[in-house]
Design a protein around this ligand. Structure first.
Ligand code: 4NP
Length: 179
């Protein structure tokens, strides 16, 4: 493996950083979708796998939550878990609704689609520290406007969610490291 200075990477499904040289503040990130059983637990899991591979678990914390409490306490949707597993990710998160305290606890809160982001801005207390962003802002390979809700669709929708999340999670990680 050739030497890579911090700030560069191989842009593939495996991101390889010279993580010993990473100097950064700690940051906490909350991924949010509607039900917290498909997109945001997958985003959390994929992002954490990058963080673990790069050995910066002590610097970057990640969690996920939903805008509705309907699925509270449930495991992620089996279709999402199976698709993630086929791509090498084990989703263990249990659904939870977002709380007011999350807007004070997390530095970055990232919605999967425009409706998620609109609702997050509506719920965010004016004195909260969280910055709210859209997940696809961090994509560098895909041009999709949002991470679409796969819940009522077929298998292809879940595959597409994984593709978009791998792209955006790598982009997000690079963005954080380069800050
Ligand atoms: P998610 O997908 O927001 O990606 O978790 C959904 C899961 C459940 C529902 C909608 C979207 N639902 O209406 O129950």
């Amino acid at each position: 493996m050739p030497y890579l200075p911090v700030g560069t990477c191989y842009f593939s499904r495996t991101l390889i950083w010279n993580s010993n040289r990473i100097k950064m503040d700690t940051i906490s990130i909350l991924f949010v979708c509607l039900g917290n059983i498909c997109r945001s637990p997958a985003a959390e899991t994929i992002f954490k796998s990058i963080v673990e591979k790069e050995g910066v678990e002590d610097k970057i914390e990640a969690d996920s939550a939903g805008l509705i409490s309907y699925h509270e306490g449930e495991s992620a949707d089996s279709r999402m878990r199976n698709m993630a597993y086929q791509h090498g990710y084990l989703i263990t998160h249990k659904s939870r609704p977002i709380q007011k305290s999350d807007f004070y606890k997390f530095d970055l809160i990232i919605g999967m689609d425009n409706e998620n982001v609109r609702k997050l801005h509506q719920l965010c207390p004016p004195d909260a520290k969280a910055e709210i962003h859209l997940m696809t802002e961090y994509c560098t390979q895909h041009t999709d406007e949002v991470v679409p809700d796969p819940y009522y669709g077929g298998t292809a929708g879940f595959t597409h969610v994984i593709d978009l999340l791998e792209d955006s999670c790598i982009g997000l990680f690079k963005h954080i490291i380069n800050k």
